[in-house]
Design a protein around this ligand. Sequence first.
Ligand code: PMP
Length: 405
Amino acid sequence: MLDVQLIRKNFPVLGQMVYKKPLVYFDNGATTQKPKQVIETLTNLYAEQNSSVHRAVHYLSSQITERYEAARMVVKDFIHAEKMQEVIFTAGTTASINLLAFSFGEAFINPDDEILISEMEHHSNIVPWQLLAKRKGAKLKVIPINEMGELRMDKLEKLLNGKTKLLALTHVSNAIGTINPVKEIIQKAHAKNIPVLLDGAQAIQHGNVDVHDLDCDFYAFSGHKVYGPNGIGVLYGKEKWLEKMPPYQGGGDMISSVSFENTTFADLPLKFEAGTANYPAAIALAEGLNYVSSIGRSDIAVYEKKLLTYATEKFERIDGLKIYGNSPDKISTISFLLEGIHPQDIGLVLDKLGIAVRSGNHCAQPLMKSFGIEGTVRASLCFYNTEEEIDLLCEGLEKIKQMFA
Ligand code: PMP
């Protein structure tokens, strides 16, 4: 079992008071808080080691280069990639997906091709594909969901067809928490030679991610959602695809040689890392991932499942509360509405009680539309949250009901 009180001491933000109430942070789906290890890594790096990566022969630069490449190895092991060439540092999930949409799109998407996404995607896994489809005269197809907030597997079969060039799917829904049966889906797609990108922005903080076992072709995630710093993320890609894809951005670090007539490119992964890398964030991300590993991802998953069950049972006892997303396979994220009360009002009142939740469409407007609503309130819990905090949230919701009665 996790020693949650000990873990909480490691997250300085969590100890504070908000409006004279102890902070309850339930917005982990948007961004997670940072453990001391990550904060101290960043501070110490800037204080003692700062120097440009991959550039100079001097002491500091070679130290930073070593640490940057060691961070890549930590990521590789964390997601069970086979080779460090398959791990590209980006600015985050959005940057990873845009890289892929541009580069894969240049190489493999032609007029009338189809790109398949789902109804539960974050805007980051919709808009880049829409832009690509417009550029190339291709079509965007959408796997619908059922009323539980699960993918319609019966529809998926038909949508994967000879024209489909890529399936871009969220591993876990940020808005309603559904964990998609991605391994099974990847097998179905591969049976038709269709590569698969998983948007892992939400999955990465909630359990084991094994790209080798999943056999996905691409995997994208953000550092700030897995206890790491902002401004860093990862695009994993199988080497066989990355080798065939053209660079996304041109500049320093991504070249082998440059003349005015021609440029040859660096080998993987640097081919896709133009410009001075965000090495402090990459190095601090590795610290964050090591910290998560030291707690144990299986233990984290078990604890968070317990929190989810506790919260769901308590929510179900609140009259007029409706949960959106009822798949039995869910991360510890609960999206809900209170009858007759605008989600924004719920969020504002909870804030005054020191409770941070997210209200709105969660960058998933098409998903909200499919439920016939504009938005929800989302409580996204993680391993530093407690049952006592869930009790405070439920008390807050009862208060809100009385206020708006
Ligand atoms: N996809 C999903 C499922 C997400 O939850 C998010 C962040 N809310 C993103 C993509 C985008 O991540 P980022 O803003 O860190 O690029």
